[in-house]
Structures are given as C-alpha cells and as structure tokens.
Design a protein around this ligand. Structure first.
Ligand code: CNA
Length: 237
C-alpha cells in the first residue's frame, strides 16, 4: 500500500481527527518558514538574528526595528491559502476534522474557511495597545500613555503562551484518535511538547525535513503539505 493510501485509510478510520501544524503549511502560499533552507532564520536583520528580533526584550528595546521586521518579513497582506488549507477546511465541514492547532500567526486557515482553529502563538490579525488594551485588526496609533506600544497579539520569545489556547490545544490532542502533524520542525517549545499528550492510534507526520518525533510516527511522509492534502479524498460518514 502506498503512503498516500495508508494516509487516506487512517483518515477514513478516524472518528476524531486533529491537525497540528506549523510554518511549513504556509510556504506554498509564499510565506517563508523559519528553519528551511532560505527560511527567515538564514538572514540576520540589521545584524540581529531573527530569534532575537522576535523576542519581547527586543520589542521593548528596539520597537521601531521590531515593527520594520514585522512589516518587511512577516507581512501576510495579499497572501492566499493554498490547496492544503482548503482541504483541511473541507474535512472540517464534512465533520471529519475536529480541530486545527497551529503555531502560525498568518490566519490562513480561517481565510480558507476553517472554524475551530487554535492559534497557540497568537495572530498578526489582532493588534493591541499595551497601555489601554484597545485593539484592532491592523496596526494603529495610540497616545494613551508615553510608554505604551501598539504591538501584534503574537507570542514572542520570552513570553508565556495564552493559557486558554494552550488548554484548548491540549484538550484537542488528548481527544484525538488520529493526529496529523505537518510543516513543523517541532523544535519550538513548549508547543512541540504538547504532542506527548497524544494517546490515540495514529500519529502521522508530514514534513519535508526530519523531526525528533519521526520515530514515534505510524506514518512519516516528506512530500509537501499542499501536494499531500490536495490528494486526500473527503469521504463523509
Ligand atoms: P520551522 O521551524 O520553520 O519548521 C518548518 C518545517 O516545515 C521544516 O521542518 C520544513 O522542513 C517543513 N516544511 C516547509 N515547507 C513545507 C511544506 N510545503 N510541506 C511540508 N513541510 C514543509 O517552523 P515551526 O512552525 O516548526 O516553528 C514554529 C514557529 C514558526 C512559530 O512560532 C511560528 O509563529 C513561526 N512562523 C510562522 C509563520 C507563519 O505564520 N506562516 C512563518 C514563519 C514562522
């Protein structure tokens, strides 16, 4: 049986399918990931490594540079979901997929029509003022306090994850009989550690590069997200 047929059989047999994804699900929409060759981590920004730029300490110390990085490197304007995002939305619509947990901040799953999306690292589609908590879907100006900053509602290095999102993610993983992990290097913690809550039948990893969890997978595929998901059949009931 081919890997594609095995994947389809596991999805067909599943009663509670959950998807856990990362930046690799958006590369085929034209958004760079962090750790692939040519990803965001391969280029410093004004002499700073991106890991440092995307930290709470950097935001506080170099707000203008941080904002420039977000505008230039993380912009999601005009970006469209790919065939993989669309198939996941169709699987949810058919009642097969119960939840998407994503480390991404680009909002592409929702743009494709997915409803139950748990964004454990926040979103670039929500901005808030650290002074008065006013918020909006885009960057805005606020003069409520001299030290206030308008920032994206994303989890930066050095910050804790949103508790509600973490609880929802762990609950979804605990409830899954089949978990598809895709487009993530599984190196960003604590997100990657949530996989240890999976107690179901089949852990499926679809990722171009190797991950530390490959040995635990019932099925590992190295084909691309959009390629694999465009071939999945949505079989209701
Ligand atoms: P990562 O560490 O960059 O890993 C991405 C993984 O995806 C790599 O192992 C690649 O081999 C694999 N990959 C890349 N393209 C594909 C593809 N088309 N099909 C299959 N596999 C592919 O990214 P992680 O998500 O693991 O790291 C978590 C970080 C990345 C989170 O904090 C995110 O906020 C952050 N991030 C998000 C975005 C986004 O929202 N689109 C973009 C860049 C970084």
């Amino acid at each position: 049986m081919s890997d594609m047929n095995r994947l389809q059989a596991m999805i067909d047999a599943s009663r509670h399918l959950v998807f856990f994804g990362g930046a690799g699900t958006s590369t085929e929409s034209g958004i760079k990931d962090f750790r692939s060759a040519g990803g965001l981590y391969s280029t410093d920004f004004h002499g700073y490594p991106p890991e440092e730029v995307l930290s709470i300490g950097f935001l506080k110390a170099h707000y203008e540079l941080f904002m420039e990085y977000v505008r230039e490197q993380l912009s999601v304007e005009g970006v469209r979901p790919n065939a993989g995002h669309e198939k996941l939305a169709a699987l949810e619509e058919a009642g097969i997929l119960k939840a998407i947990i994503t480390q991404n901040i680009d909002g592409l799953h929702q743009q494709a029509g997915s409803k139950n999306v748990i964004e454990i690292h926040g979103t670039l589609h929500r901005w808030y003022c650290t002074g008065c908590r006013q918020h909006a879907a885009k960057p805005f100006t606020c003069n409520c306090r001299p030290d206030a900053m308008v920032r994206p509602d994303v989890t930066l290095y050095g910050e804790a994850l949103n508790e509600k999102a973490v609880d929802a993610a762990i609950h979804a993983i605990c409830s899954a009989d089949t978990l598809i992990v895709c487009g993530t290097s599984l190196t960003v913690y604590p997100a990657a550690a949530y996989l240890r809550y999976f107690r179901g039948d089949n852990l499926i990893i679809i990722n171009r590069d190797a991950t530390d969890y490959d040995g635990r997978a019932s099925l590992k595929m190295t084909d691309s997200f959009a390629e694999v998901f465009s071939r999945i059949q949505v079989r209701e009931g």
